[in-house]
Ligand binder design. Sequence first.
Ligand code: ADE
Length: 270
Amino acid sequence: MDNRQKKGMNFIALTIFPEMFNPFWEHGIIRRAIDRNKIRVSAIDIRNFAEGKHRVTDDRPYGGGCGMVMKPEPLAAAIRAATQKAPLSKKILLTPQGRRFDSGVAHELSSSDGLILICGRYEGVDERICHDFIDDEISIGDYVLTGGELAAMVIIDAVTRLIPGILGGKESAEKDSFSGSVLEYAQYTRPRSFEGHNVPEILLSGDHQKIENWRLETSLIRTFLKRPDLLENKALSKQEIEILKKWCVDIEKIIHNQSLSGPGALSGGQ
Ligand code: ADE
């Protein structure tokens, strides 16, 4: 049994604000994953590796310009210390310049031994760190955060829930939105009627086949309406293609009937 199987996947965040991670470790599924030895987590203060009385971690940029840059020495020392603790971990810099984090990247990272997540602050980190100390650069979206800490938490959260045994069975992670490139079907719980809106009858029918079909169809409808890009890139099953064809026939019928008798009817002028 290797280290990962014995002690769980190792996440180390390198940050100047380690306290930011405390509430994150202490709740919900992340807490449970730690308690069950599915993951190990720590946030290491980069300041511990900075020299001098004030343990300064940033400095002005060479060449001028506004903002401050994270100094290379404390970062390098922090990365080296983390690598000693977790030699097989991937070293990832959180930066808006990185490749975009998505479900595919989360799956890819979930099979690694561990992650060392370097949380940049200020205007960025000294380029020599990016060059020599990092395996990968990741962005969680096209916007600029005040630091990489929230991005690190997003990654830890999304990756942790993919680790087998974390959710109620592997099935839940696989059936989720994005993993099969369609959005999840509509979900309902009690009460049966809420503020005048009822739970769809079919879900109360007890007919599992019909429920399964209904879920697939609502999944496809939502994906088509909210994220058609996902549908375009998905390898559709035979059943999914049949559902889409049925919509086409239904839509054509509506157009046909309207063109004969509706306000836009071909014979009726405008
Ligand atoms: N640091 C600042 N902005 C970021 C982003 N969008 N993704 C990852 N790290 C960041």
